[in-house]
Design a protein around this ligand. Structure first.
Ligand code: IPE
Ligand code: IPE
Ligand code: MG
Length: 236
């Protein structure tokens, strides 16, 4: 194992290369405090930079964040509007800090759903660091795992034969490492259409902690458990 993480005194030796986070529980976090759900989403956004910064410091090369599913667009209009507005207001400040820490920010999902000013923000953030050697923060916005697979099949078919390689080249994650680990906060034990193709051999972690309350301490415990798990990939 390469020891660039060990030399920094990091918590685990075989740190996962790519972690996906299903950031669930914002609404319940707010409701518990008698606040509107939008306040929970704001608190959730505030928690992104500390959690992702910690993972990057620990040597994780890529963090994929499930921020808005295609199905989330079917929520009541006021909630969808507040989520889109939060992206409009917070995407740049939030990603600036991560980019300053050396990360490249990319996006997965169908961005054409969003108003043109938000699409422009997304492109601008993407353009700020394009260095392929940087660590990556991949934000899933209007993302659906099934749609991603369907889109990849179509694009691969347009170019020729569909093979595992030609299909994987058309996934949003084509240049990202294998998804080693998925964390879901908020108590539900399901993937909710997140990275279905990539999740084939991911180690799954579930916690009842609501996303705005999820912190470094719990993350450290999960990373330690990840190290202790035996990943066999179907072999003996
Ligand atoms: C996750 O929190 C964030 C999004 C889906 C946008 P929720 O909004 O699903 O919060 P809960 O699950 O209702 O508590
Ligand atoms: C998954 O959470 C989507 C995000 C965290 C962005 P949901 O709250 O939408 O999922 P379900 O409805 O509990 O499956
Ligand atoms: Mg939820």
């Amino acid at each position: 194992m390469k020891s660039d993480s060990a030399s920094k005194g990091n918590v685990v030796s075989n740190i996962p290369k790519h972690i996906g986070i299903i950031m669930d529980g914002n609404g319940r976090w707010a409701t518990k405090r008698l606040l509107p759900r939008a306040a929970g989403h704001r608190a959730g956004v505030k928690n992104i930079t500390p959690v992702v910064s910690y993972l990057l410091e620990e040597g994780v090369k890529c963090v994929s964040l499930y921020a808005f599913s295609t199905e989330n667009s079917g929520r009541p209009k006021d909630e969808v509007d507040s989520l889109v507005d939060l992206i409009r207001k917070r995407l740049k400040p939030m990603t600036r800090e991560l980019i300053e820490r050396g990360a490249r920010v990319v996006f997965s999902g169908d961005r054409t759903y969003f108003p043109t000013d938000v699409q422009k923000l997304i492109s601008e953030v993407e353009g700020e660091n394009t260095d392929p050697s940087s660590s990556v923060v991949n934000i899933a916005l209007n993302y659906s795992g099934r749609s991603e697979i369907l889109r990849a099949c179509r694009l691969a078919a347009e170019k020729g034969e569909i093979t595992a390689d030609s299909l994987e080249r058309e996934l949003f994650t084509h240049d990202l490492p294998e998804l080693d680990m998925i964390i879901r906060t908020g108590g539900e034990k399901r993937l909710s259409n997140f990275m279905l193709y990539q999740a084939a051999y991911s180690e799954l972690f579930f916690t009842d902690t609501l996303w705005p309350d999820f912190d470094k301490k719990e993350l450290k415990t999960m990373l330690e458990e990840y190290t202790a798990r035996s990943r066999r990939f179907g072999k003996l």
